[in-house]
Design a protein around this ligand. Sequence first.
Ligand SMILES: [Zn+2]
Length: 240
Amino acid sequence: MINRLKILYELQMIDDQLDELEELRGDLPHAVEELQMQIKSLEEETEKKEIKRKESLEKREENEEEIEKLKANQKKFKAQLYQVRNNKEYDALTKEIDNSEVQINKLEAENNALADLSKSLANEIEEIAPKLKDLKEELKIKEAELKEIIKSNEKEETKLKEKRNQVVEQTKKPDYAAYMRIRKAKRGKAVVTIRRSACSGCHNIVPSQRQLEIRRNNKLFFCEYCGRILVSAEVAGLAE
Ligand SMILES: [Zn+2]
C-alpha cells in the first residue's frame, strides 16, 4: 500500500515540474493564439472588401457597355428624325430618344455611386494593410519567443514525460482516475502532505485521529475539506 501512495506522490512531483515548465511559457501561447485570430479576421475582412470591389468594377463595366449601346441607338434615332414622314413617327422616335436618355442618366448615376464605393473600399483595404503587417510582425516575434522557450525546455520536458509514463504505468487505474479528476478540479495539486497538522492543499486542520491513520500508510485518504489525497511525510520522503 505504501508503494501505491508513493507512486501517486511521485506522479504529483513530476506534474509539478511539468506545470512549472508550462508556466515559463506564461501568456505566450495565449498571445500567439490571439494574434492568429486577429490576423485571420482582418484577412477575411480584406478579402470580403476585395470581392465587393471586384463586383462593383464588373458591374461598372457592364453598365458602361449598356451606356455605349444606348448611346449608339440614340444616335441612330436622332439620324432617323430627319427622315420622318409624319408626326406619329416623330413622336415615337423622340420618345425612344428620351427613354434612352433617362436610362443613360440612371446608369451613369449608378456608376458614379459604384466608383465612390470602389474608392472607399480601396481606402479601407489600404487602412487595414499596415495593421495586418504590424500584427504579423508581432506574431512572428511572439512565435519565435515561444519556440525558443519550448526548445530550451524540450529535453527536460521529454524526460519528464517519459518518467511520467513510467509512473502512470505503475499507478492503479482508479487511483490515476481519482488523481486526474482532483488535479483538474484543483488546478494542479491532487496529492498533498500534512504540514503543521494541516492539509497543505487547503490549510485546514486534519483531526489528530485522522493524522494517525494517515501515518499508517495503508489506505487512500482524502482531505475532507478540499478532497485532495493526503499522504504522510514518510510517503513524501520515500518519493523524494
Ligand atoms: Zn485539504
